[in-house]
Ligand binder design. Structure first.
Ligand code: NAI
Ligand code: MG
Length: 491
């Protein structure tokens, strides 16, 4: 089996504990690599390397230079995209078609922020003070701790790292204990691209020791996190002790809302893409399907008909639509929620069980599952399942759709299917979510801000503004002539 060491200060480092843990292939259930089991001591080494790299030149390097390194990295990512995608699939069981798309596309984040690195401008402020010139400058925060989940390890890292590096920060990354291999493999490209030692570091391990130590470290200026709302909340609480900056991307319970005037066939595909793509393991899953009552029955009939044809099996096969669930706890969680929905009285019209039919291997598979007769107060409508389980909820008109759509603690995204442009605009205004898709679903780009309202998180990733999440503004005052003023009053 291959061993993956920590990457600290430009070199491969053995875990100081001398301990390793296995990472498994969700499709076969078998361990395929050994990962360095990090400890707070390893975090200490990595943070001091990142701090030194920040102070010894990275922050002061001309932004154009930092941008060039990011371009170079983007080229190397494209060269190695297929290789990185294979590692992702081996470790998280998502489809090769999706992961090769992601690993290729993530190069664009490094390019976009590489280009942005030298375009962040301060301002000359027209103050009311005579004889004093005032301007602002944007400066990096310092060492950024990045904690990522297992569903799209490299892409979700790119959303943080590209902006943070362009802004002049350095990084210590803690990938998910279930999928550390791709991030460690990715570190080779920083070496090859010529990033100075210590600018990017990865310490693998668990949330309780490595993650928590990173969050608690006084020399870490910000934590950028993607994962569950409960872990996000703990991290926020702990980060408060050292008054860190924070960005949290915490998942959702997104409504995919279909009006009777929609293109039904397109909306059926949108509903499927919302919940069965990536085996439902995406923060933006359209896990609540809101159907206008007049089309409810025929929509469900067509949805079941199409969903039935999804091929379950080997994520490395280009013909597979639904792969395994990534982690054993996640597998149990999805099956538990299916039981909960049944007990709550929801009506299971498709799936509803684990799957061990053709193509299942030793993997932890769950059938694509659809519940109708759900009311929005049920747990299946309120809590994030993070699996291929859809809750169908009827509604009666725009007001009703908005009320139900917003009646959850989360607010990450929403889909709206309608041919009426006025309605589309009204819905986009009234839905309390960070992203609204009209007549499409699951579109994301490096250029468009992404993040959550309410319990879905704090801060935005991607787009022009996101670079400022990794910077702070400084106000500089210069007296044009020295003059003696009364020192006991404010100027
Ligand atoms: P998690 O939120 O516990 O883990 C995400 C990352 O945070 C991992 O790297 C983990 O090691 C780290 N972590 C956990 N607790 C920490 C702590 N106290 N301090 C510092 N770091 C910590 O998510 P998990 O257990 O992998 O999945 C559980 C649920 O989270 C899923 O069922 C799903 O509902 C949700 N989830 C949401 C994601 C999203 O994209 N928003 C991604 C993955 C999971
Ligand atoms: Mg794994």
């Amino acid at each position: 089996m291959q061993n993956y060491q920590h990457y600290i200060n430009g070199t491969w480092v053995e875990p100081s504990s001398g301990e390793w843990f296995d990472t498994a292939n969700p499709y076969t259930g078998e361990a395929w690599a050994k990962i360095a089991h990090g400890s707070p001591a390893d975090v200490e080494t990595a943070v001091s390397a990142a701090k030194a790299a920040f102070e010894n030149g990275w922050a002061d390097m001309k932004p154009t230079q930092r941008g060039r390194l990011l371009y170079k990295l983007a080229d190397l990512i494209e060269r190695d995209a297929a290789h990185l995608a294979e590692i992702e699939v081996r470790d998280n069981g998502k489809l090769i078609a999706e992961m090769s798309g992601q690993t290729k596309y993530m190069a664009e984040w490094y390019r976009y922020y590489g280009g942005l690195a030298d375009k962040v401008e301060g301002a000359v402020i027209p103050t009311d003070k005579p004889g004093i010139f005032n301007f602002t400058r944007y400066e990096p925060l310092g060492v950024i701790g990045m904690i990522t989940p297992w569903n799209s390890p490299l892409l979700l890292l790119a959303w943080k790292l590209a902006a943070a590096l362009a802004a002049g920060n350095t990084a210590v990354i803690k990938p998910s204990e279930f999928t550390s291999a791709s991030t460690l493999e990715f570190m080779k490209l920083f070496q090859e691209a010529g990033f100075p030692d210590g600018v990017v570091n990865t310490v693998s391990g668990f949330g309780v020791d490595v993650g928590a130590a990173l969050v608690a470290h006084k020399d870490v200026s910000k934590i950028a996190f993607t994962g569950s709302d409960l872990s996000g909340q703990k991290i926020y609480e702990s980060a408060a002790k050292t008054l860190k900056h924070i960005s949290l991307e915490l998942g959702g319970k997104s409504p995919n809302i279909v009006f009777e005037d929609a293109d039904i066939e397109a909306a059926v595909m949108g509903a499927i893409s919302g919940i069965f793509a990536a085996t439902g393991q995406t923060c933006i899953a359209g896990s609540r399907l809101l159907l206008q009552r007049s089309i409810h029955d025929r929509f469900v009939e067509r949805l079941v008909e199409v969903a039935k044809t999804a091929t379950i099996g080997d994520p490395m096969s280009p013909d597979t639509h639904v792969g395994p669930v990534t982690t054993p706890p996640q597998y149990r969680k999805v099956l538990d929620y299916i039981e909960i929905a049944k007990q709550e009285g929801a009506n299971c019209v498709l799936g509803g069980h684990s799957y061990s039919g053709p193509g299942a291997q030793g993997g932890q598979f769950v059938e694509p599952t659809i519940f109708t007769g759900v009311n929005n107060a049920m747990r299946i409508a309120q809590e994030e399942v993070f699996g291929p389980v859809l809750a169908v909820i009827p509604f009666d008109g725009e007001e009703d759709a908005i009320a139900i759509g917003n009646d959850v603690d989360f607010g990450l995204a929403a889909g709206v299917w309608t041919q009426d442009i006025g309605r589309a605009i009204r819905m986009s205004e009234k839905l309390r979510v960070g992203t609204v898709w009209i007549n499409t679903y699951r579109a994301v780009s490096f250029a468009s801000p992404f993040g959550g309202f309410k319990r879905s998180g704090i801060g935005r990733e991607s787009g022009l503004d996101a670079i400022k999440e990794y910077m702070q503004v400084k106000s500089v005052w210069i007296a044009q002539e020295t003059s003696v003023t009364n020192p006991f009053i404010m100027r």
